[in-house]
Design a protein around this ligand. Structure first.
Ligand SMILES: NC(=O)c1ccc[n+]([C@@H]2O[C@H](COP(=O)([O-])OP(=O)(O)OC[C@H]3O[C@@H](n4cnc5c(N)ncnc54)[C@H](O)[C@@H]3O)[C@@H](O)[C@H]2O)c1
Ligand SMILES: O=CCc1c[nH]cn1
Length: 485
């Protein structure tokens, strides 16, 4: 019997599902059991061509609509997503293995927030009037054209919407390629947009691995590339886009610091560390995986952290009481287990976890290492799994320097009751998305993105509009135009 997660076809192009089984088969594996639940096929050159042609044609008509008309479609799509939240969350759980407890509140709902927010902004995307004596300049905010979105596997619905919603609000069209590990959810986003009144071809989804992404990035019809992925992929995609002088947004990886000062509320700081390391089984780009704890409170912090981590409920992700799921894939589980062994061999002190959980599926125990030093591999490389590194520090200046000593710059957090210190420290941290006495909140109203190797551009908020539109300026001379000869 066909599994309920099996989509009608692999791709969604020009308003309909499209199949081409001559592409490479991509099995969809449910991470909680290892069972193959669906198959899709990588886009062939003919499929890529269909998607780009449809998107290019649809964009021209879409850009002629008023912002109010565009916004209405996006807001209707948001409503449909909310009405179907349960069904979409179950699919997200099949796609990623993340617990339903999480997907019910953080995936389709976050996608709907983006559609609603950018739907609301669409009608207010105007230019300005710049008086110059008698003359004047006016500006027009114009779409970029055909945008390509390429997704990572940790938030398939959210990523499809965080890219699609601002792109469409600004009058662009999109071809979206989900991660080959989680190909299912973006198809539903495309389906819902059509149901909400989007024209055929405006938002297309095609499947595939890096080669399909590469073909999209280098196509001369594409004006903008927005990637969510790792730093190595980001470097390749950024370079390929640059050779075509395309606009880019790069949402990449991190190894973010979370600093716990001696005056912090310990329970609250531990909640931050848990949210910033174990939510989505640690598969969140902005995670605060280097937890710097002041030496005076380190042992107290570790003892309580171990106690609370022991209460994590691993199990069937469809059971709503389960709050800790498997890694997305066997490959990701092996990568994470490799880092755990590295941490042990490097001499870090294992506080809890430290291996695979004894159950079917790709579960890794929530793991905490203490006495981690800055030079250890586990403190330098992005693990993208449930592995928290606790490092201790003495002084504010020292911890700021150590927190910044990384190629990454996605996020940073500070826990302290001293707000003067909180703002002073945050002001010196090299990171794009920061938190004070909290960790990992990502509301659509706030800009999201990194500095240094963690990325270029911002998603969400009004900032995203700047990355999906361009400004035309028009000089208007009221008198005669004069020349030297
Ligand atoms: N900053 C953010 O917003 C954010 C959010 C989620 C995940 N991430 C990052 O994503 C990574 C995990 O996701 P992943 O393993 O899917 O990342 P990845 O870099 O392996 O793949 C990301 C996407 O890029 C595609 N791709 C690979 N090579 C390509 C190429 N040469 N040209 C075009 N496309 C190509 C993949 O098929 C996939 O769709 C982590 O590093 C994580 O930090 C960042
Ligand atoms: O994974 C990165 C994006 C994100 C952060 N919090 C929720 N989603």
């Amino acid at each position: 019997m066909t599994h309920p997660a099996q989509p009608k076809a692999s791709h969604f192009i020009n308003g309909a599902y499209v199949e081409d089984t001559s592409g490479t088969p991509i099995p969809v594996i449910y991470a909680a059991t290892g069972e193959e639940i669906a198959t899709v096929y990588a886009a062939t050159p003919a499929i890529i061509e269909q998607a780009l042609t449809s998107a290019q044609a649809a964009q021209k008509e879409w850009a002629k609509k008023t912002g109010t008309e565009r916004g209405r479609v996006l807001r209707r799509a948001a409503e449909i997503m909310r009405e179907r939240n349960h069904e979409l969350s179950v699919l997200e759980t099949y796609d990623t293995g993340k617990p339903l407890q999480e997907t019910l509140v953080a995936d389709a709902t976050s996608g709907a927030d983006a559609l609603e927010y950018f739907g609301g902004l669409a009608a207010s995307l105007t230019g300005e009037h710049i008086p110059l004596g008698e003359d004047w300049v006016y500006t027009i905010r114009e779409p970029l054209g055909l945008c390509v979105g390429i997704g990572a596997w940790n938030y398939p619905t959210q990523i499809a919407c965080w890219k699609g919603a601002p792109a469409l609000a600004c009058g662009n069209s999109m071809v979206f390629k989900p991660s080959e590990t989680t190909p299912l959810c973006a198809l539903k986003v495309a389906e819902i947009l059509i149901e909400a009144g989007a024209p055929a071809g405006l938002y297309n989804v095609i499947q595939g691995m890096g080669e399909v992404g590469g073909a999209l990035v280098t196509d001369p019809r594409v004006d903008k590339v927005s990637l969510t992925g790792s730093v190595p992929t980001g470097k390749k995609v950024y370079a390929a886009a640059a050779s075509g002088m395309k606009h880019v947004t790069m949402e990449l990886g991190g190894k973010s610091p979370m600093i716990v000062f001696e005056d912090a509320d310990i329970e609250s700081a531990i909640s931050g560390a848990i949210n910033g390391n174990f939510y989505s089984s640690g598969q969140v780009c902005s995670n605060g995986t280097r937890v710097f704890v002041h030496k005076d409170i380190k042992e107290k912090f570790l003892a309580r952290l171990a106690e609370r981590t022991a209460t994590a409920k691993l199990g069937d992700p469809m059971d709503e009481s389960v709050n800790f799921g498997p890694m997305v894939s066997a490959r990701q589980m092996e990568i994470v287990l490799g880092y755990i062994e590295k941490g042990k061999s490097e001499g870090a002190r294992l506080i809890c976890g430290g291996g695979r959980a004894e159950m079917d599926g790709y579960y890794v125990q929530p793991t905490v290492f203490a006495d981690v030093t800055d030079d250890m591999v586990i403190a330098r490389e992005e693990i993208f799994g449930p592995v928290m590194c606790v490092l201790d520090f003495d002084s504010e200046d020292e911890v700021i320097a150590r927190a910044n000593d990384t190629e990454f710059g996605l996020s940073a957090g500070v826990f302290t009751k001293d707000f003067t210190r909180a703002h002073r420290v945050i002001g010196q941290l090299e990171a794009g998305s920061c938190f004070i006495n909290s960790y990992n909140d990502a509301p659509v109203e706030a800009p999201f993105g990194g500095v240094k190797a963690s990325g270029v551009g911002r998603e969400n908020s009004k900032e995203a509009i700047k990355h999906f539109s361009q400004v035309k300026s028009v000089y208007v001379r009221m008198g005669d135009c004069e020349a030297a000869f």
